[in-house]
Write a protein that binds this ligand. Structure first.
Ligand code: ZN
Ligand code: FE
Length: 259
């Protein structure tokens, strides 16, 4: 039985731990301190480190963890990841026998040029994807190194995963993202209901992550390039009807940058 734990870090990051039989794999340890705290408290040992991309809030703790635990480090081949032993470019399968998971690596460039996601199709019966700063609750990552067309393609890959898949992103941005989602689709009941639910969760100090592919398909404007209301919002930004889904996505992403 695998447990997935969120370790809050910095202002709004989550470091994800996958835990079974006294072993722990960690995704995006931007800070070593909470991870070492977990290991000290439980007596678990670290068995693998996974990085989705090179930003400091995702990899800043790796060197310190490696000082204590010389474990394999998986990360994007195109990026500079401290201590990386197993560079990945997408399409690979990674077995972590200690905790009994097998990840499939999905290339999701856009936020950074080599960004990858780790997908486990059978985890806890519904599947799970650890997607860093690509897909967020009701949002998506900023385009620092990639083009909108690249990010669009990356998001289509995540959107195509089974609807039941749980989405473990790296930031608690859902509530502010939903304010934007409501501006894009003011008539959406799904966005309104999710906003109410998320407001309750945050008021109670609960995480809004994991989310699911199904919920994102219903409420995330960055996956809803075919929805008439999203196309209409893009059209009003562009001054003409969007030619295709990429143009819709590009216009909505651009709007969010100034929202
Ligand atoms: Zn980032
Ligand atoms: Fe980040």
């Amino acid at each position: 039985m695998i447990e997935i734990l969120a370790l809050p870090a910095f202002d709004d990051n989550y470091i994800w731990l996958l835990r079974a039989a006294g072993c722990v794999a960690v995704v995006d340890p931007g800070d070593a301190v909470p991870v070492l705290g977990h290991l000290a408290k439980t007596g678990d040992r670290l068995c693998a480190i996974f990085a989705t991309h090179h930003h400091g809030d995702h990899v800043g703790g790796i060197a310190e963890l490696l000082d204590r635990f010389p474990v394999p480090v998986f990360g994007p081949a195109l990026e500079n990841i401290p201590g990386m032993t197993h560079p990945q470019s997408g399409g690979e399968h990674i077995e972590v026998p200690e905790i009994g998971v097998e990840f499939e690596v999905i290339a999701v460039p856009g936020h950074t040029r080599g960004h990858i996601a780790y997908y486990e199709p059978s985890l806890a019966g519904h599947g799970a994807v650890f997607c860093g700063d690509t897909l967020f609750g009701a949002g998506c990552g900023r385009l620092f190194e990639g083009t909108p067309a690249q990010m669009y393609l990356s998001l289509t890959r995540l959107a195509a995963l089974p609807a039941s898949t749980h989405v473990y992103c790296a930031h608690e941005y859902t509530q502010s993202n939903l304010r934007f989602a409501a501006a894009v689709e003011p008539g959406s009941i799904a966005v309104k209901q999710r906003s109410e639910h998320v407001a309750e969760s945050r008021a109670a100090g609960r995480a809004t992550i994991p989310t699911s592919i199904a919920l994102e398909l219903d409420t995330n404007p960055f996956l809803r390039w075919d929805a008439p209301a999203v196309r209409a919002a893009a059209a009003s930004r562009l001054g003409h009807a969007p030619l295709d889904a990429v143009e819709t996505f590009t216009a909505i992403r651009e709007w969010k940058n100034h929202f």
